[in-house]
Write a protein that binds this ligand. Structure first.
Ligand code: BMA
Length: 856
């Protein structure tokens, strides 16, 4: 096995190589684990978590099933030991330096090799290495990790501070911890302790791979290509190459991009760590673009480190060349807040992203890939890696880079005040440097943000603003907490960024306005979280009254589809207020809010299954109003990131895709609302307005057709006009009093269809109703369909002789995605929809419409 690894490593070495390149041996197999003190050892999976290992060994029930979460709360109170024995092949053993490399440990781990303590890990968000040359043997090494109970460590932190910190999402009671919210004292993903969409499952374990690395004389330890100036004509880069050497030695470096030599350097480095700079230029570089505006082109960069004819080390990186700025320019209303890519202001269309599982290591590469594919398919060009999770794995950023999805990167702080002792601050300093260094070459990352909603919640400069946190503390404590806040978010993080990535844009909190105004007045400056729809029960139309310069959060909940609910329930749970369904709804007000809005916009669905479907219709239709409103408001508003694209377990939440990556109605609506070309009709003050938004960078000639029709397809009013759609702009193309298009018909009996078409194909279409659907006289309708086999699914042709509202197609028991779903099938129209699946046998087709959910 080790021989094989070595042969593989040797094959990777350039043919001219005579010297010994660094070697690496994976140490991910053959692990055992047990609860500290227990006699029995069990097999463990690395990377993994204690919870998933206990599950695999059948020691605990599935924590996601029904209420099982409550039965596994003892796990985080215990200490756990992971152990592995290994031999080291002679080639590796003979190297001058041998280093154990843990890419990620969760979280407090004492690491022993052959009973010698190497280090004590205390931060989930960094990697850990130890030089082990002196401790390692050729045969029979024992690597042992003692994971301390994370909650016990958190309690120590709480005791040390002497008072509690606000941390409203920490579900300490579920964890049997009473009022003791301890998550914030650990550098560990906040959501492990519970969130308003997540359970409390506080993991421990080796969450990223482990390896043993060996090297001789000199090696590359870091390579960073700083993009100092980028235009379409020219890019000025500075390669920072960091080397480690055992003794003073001569080195030769060369940099190539796509096989072309860019720079070389000869130097003498001293023993220890040295950074060498290699400046170079690229003429007429192919630029990296978000996928909706161009190609996210990535160059293959290579650095070779040689000594004479001996090649010592090589490093490969994919690099996208682009100029990114966040523009805050004063204007008559306040100041702009937009991302500019290669000189072009870009409307950011996207979503907030949370971790994909409570048990991070079990998220397969395939799941990462299908999530990012789904984002791209839905015309998303930005994801926000939200601060209550973790700095994502490399694969996530690889995919965003490659697929042209911009990333808003939060540092990992959300909805809590923080401790400020020197050990904690030191930890943050290291964590920031580590993650900035790890991610700074990523073309997709366009913005670094200090935290989620902490500035808003504390609101230091405004006595009455905030979430009532300040008032719980004495003046001295308040001053301490704010000082801690400032140290981290206005010093440590921006300083670390300035040092490692000078061109990066830092934003201290989200939402945020300016230094003293916090998140107030965010409709004129900075970024905005608008939660009036949902938390304050505003109507969906209120999105229009709360447009900011960049809306980085807004959302509305729904339940997952019935097939998902069935996976974690039994029939007796099928009521939204059953104990089990309530434990998969983590916000106290959730069900009530859904009911309030359902009553406002729709008739009461007849049963549980229909309620699940109608919940998704409600969410999708409501969020559509938000997405379209934000886009119509460009260039004043330049961002629309809904909360949230995904789930971390099966739950009622604001997500557009459930835990199993089934697309909810919302995800299909996102796809349409975020198309580069949008036709968006709306009514304001009894006036029908038709606005067209284009993110395209070229002028588009099209035909705009509008028609008001009754539900059997009889045309009441129509209008067609040629339009010239300006690039990267929003324009009102048509306006008329509603009364004139109704022509005496009741508004409950008709709808408007809007379409933009080029010569032979549809560019964009939309439908508008003139009243809330509960008041609209939806006809009883039967949807007809025919099927055609495709290589990887089927194509459906659908038609109906009357309007079919929000047609929900489902091949029962078959996983896959439709090209469209939850759509309105217009009378007389034949709509083709494809269903793409990896499964061979496709289940029975069920078709549901809003009218079908009525009691009579
Ligand atoms: C936002 C987020 C999360 C939260 C969501 C829904 O403000 O930042 O903290 O889950 O709202 O309440």
């Amino acid at each position: 096995m080790y021989r094989k690894i070595l042969i593989l490593c040797l094959m990777l070495i350039n043919a001219v190589c005579f010297g010994q390149k660094p070697l690496e041996m994976a140490l991910n197999s053959g692990w055992l684990f047990h609860k500290s003190g227990d006699a029995e050892w069990m097999k463990a999976t690395v990377p993994g978590t204690v919870h998933t290992d206990l599950l695999d060994n059948k020691k605990i029930p599935d924590p996601y099933y029904r209420n099982n979460e409550k039965q596994v709360q003892w796990i985080d109170k215990a200490n756990w030991v992971y152990q592995k024995s290994f031999d080291v092949p002679a080639e590796l053993m003979g190297m001058e330096h041998l280093e154990l490399d843990f890419k990620g440990l969760d979280t407090y781990a004492d690491v022993y090799l052959n009973e010698q303590l190497l280090f004590k890990a205390d931060n989930f968000f960094v990697s850990w290495t130890a030089e082990v040359k002196k401790v390692l043997k050729a045969k029979g090494n024992v690597l042992r990790l003692l994971f301390h109970s994370p909650t016990a460590m958190g309690l120590e932190g709480l005791k040390k501070l002497g008072y509690a910190l606000p941390s409203p999402n920490d579900q300490s009671k579920t964890g049997g911890m009473g009022k003791d919210q301890v998550g914030i004292f650990l550098r560990k993903p906040g959501y492990h302790f519970g969130w308003d969409w997540g359970p409390r499952l506080v993991t421990s374990g080796i969450w990223l791979p482990v390896g043993l690395k060996g090297w001789n004389t000199v090696r590359l330890s870091d390579v960073f290509y700083e993009q100092q100036k980028v235009s379409k004509d020219n890019a000025t880069l500075l390669g920072h190459v960091t080397l480690q050497a055992t003794k003073a030695t001569e080195v030769e470096l060369s940099v190539t991009s796509d096989g072309k030599l860019m720079a070389t350097l000869k130097a003498t480095v001293k023993a220890g760590t040295t950074t060498l700079d290699l400046p170079f230029e690229m003429l007429k570089p192919r630029l990296w673009w978000p996928h909706n505006l161009g190609t996210p082109y990535m160059y293959d960069f290579k650095v070779e480190l040689a000594q004479g004819r001996v090649l010592r080390d090589v490093q490969y990186k994919k690099i996208g060349i682009r100029d990114i700025k966040v523009i805050q320019k004063p204007d008559s209303a306040g100041s702009s807040f937009y991302v500019q890519v290669n000189g072009v202001p870009v409307f950011c269309k996207g979503a907030n992203y949370i971790p994909q599982d409570m048990f991070i290591p079990r998220v397969s590469d395939g799941k990462y890939k299908s999530l990012i594919d789904a984002a791209k398919t839905a015309n998303i060009n930005m994801l926000r890696v939200w601060g209550g999770g973790f700095y994502e794995k490399d694969l996530f950023y690889d995919l965003c880079d490659e697929k042209g999805i911009m990333v808003w990167q939060d540092f990992m702080f959300a909805c809590s005040m923080i401790p400020g002792d020197s050990a904690y601050l030191d930890k943050i300093q290291k964590e920031a440097s580590y993650n900035i260094n790890r991610l700074r070459h990523r073309p997709s990352i366009v913005l670094w943000c200090g935290n989620n909603e902490i500035d808003l919640a504390w609101a230091n400069y405004q006595e009455k603003a905030g979430w009532g946190w300040k008032q719980r503390y004495t003046d001295v404590q308040q001053a301490d907490l704010w000082r801690n806040y400032q140290k981290v978010f206005t010093q440590i993080l921006p300083d670390a960024l300035k040092k490692a990535l000078p061109a990066a844009f830092y934003w201290s909190s989200s939402p945020f306005n300016t230094k003293y105004a916090h998140a107030t007045d965010v409709s004129a400056h900075g970024d905005m979280h608008y939660w009036g729809v949902w938390y304050a029960e505003h109507d969906f139309t209120a999105f229009a009254d709360h447009v900011g310069r960049f809306v980085s959060e807004y959302g509305f909940q729904s339940f997952p589809e019935f097939a998902t609910v069935k996976k974690f329930t039994i029939a007796q749970d099928w009521k939204i207020d059953s104990e089990v369904m309530l434990s998969h709804q983590r916000t106290d007000i959730g069900n009530q809010r859904i009911k309030t809005y359902m009553d406002r916009y729709y008739k009461t669905p007849s049963d549980f299954k229909n309620l699940l479907y109608m919940g998704q219709v409600l969410q999708a239709e409501g969020m559509k109003v938000g997405m379209e409103t934000h886009r119509r408001a460009m260039p004043y508003n330049m961002g629309s990131l809904y909360w949230q694209i995904n789930d971390c377990w099966p739950v009622a939440s604001w997500s557009g895709m459930d835990y199993y990556q089934n697309w909810k109605g919302l995800h299909y609506f996102v796809k349409k609302a975020f198309q580069n070309l949008l036709v968006s009709p709306y009514v304001k003050n009894d006036q029908l307005n038709v606005q067209v938004v284009s993110d395209s960078l070229v002028t588009v000639q099209a035909k705009l057709s509008l028609s008001v029709t009754d539900f059997t397809g009889k045309v009441i009013w129509n209008k067609t006009q040629e339009v010239s759609i300006k690039p990267n702009a929003s324009a009102l193309l048509y306006t008329i009093p509603v009364i004139e298009v109704l022509k005496g018909n009741n508004k409950e009996d008709v709808f408007l269809a809007a379409k933009l078409a080029a010569k032979d194909h549809t560019l964009a279409e939309n439908v508008l109703y003139f009243d809330r659907i509960k008041n609209v006289n939806l006809p009883l309708v039967k949807v007809k369909h025919s099927l055609k086999q495709l290589k990887n699914g089927v194509e459906l042709s659908l038609s109906a002789n009357a309007l079919a509202k929000n047609v929900y197609l489902n091949f029962e028991g078959t996983e896959g995605h439709f090209s469209d779903n939850y759509f309105d099938l217009l009378p007389g129209e034949t709509k083709k929809v494809s269903f793409i699946t990896e499964e061979k046998a496709i289940g029975k087709l069920s078709v549901l419409t809003v009218r079908d959910t009525y009691k009579n």
